[in-house]
Design a protein around this ligand. Sequence first.
Ligand code: SF4
Length: 134
Amino acid sequence: MKHAAALDIISRAIRAKVCTKCCQRPPLSEEWEPGWKRPCEGGCAIFLNLPRLTQIVAHIKDTHLDAYESAVRSSVCQHCTLTPTAGDYCVEQFTRSCPLSRYLGDVVEVLSKVPQVMACDNEQAAAALAGVSR
Ligand code: SF4
């Protein structure tokens, strides 16, 4: 599957799994189509870091979320510019108001399907693999 098509499917899968319940979602957006892009996506720690998060998930392959949290802290949070306290003592991470921190388990679950989605040569089947409809 082409990279752009796979990225589109994975983005829609994250929207369906995370954006529909996100504490930062726009009011009433839980009633939108699950795969629709929310206006907050351009400033979202999950979507802004999707390539890096995909690399982390591909390399770690651990059953414990701690391993992913640690990798995200060292290679994403240290470079984050979304909040003034980003880094080791990020208030948004401590309070779990950062969507990436709060929903990392869901993000890992979706991104763990990237290899299968990429390997699929049929878009409909790839979308079904990722848990979204085409
Ligand atoms: S903040 Fe991010 S995860 Fe939350 S609804 Fe917006 S785009 Fe989705």
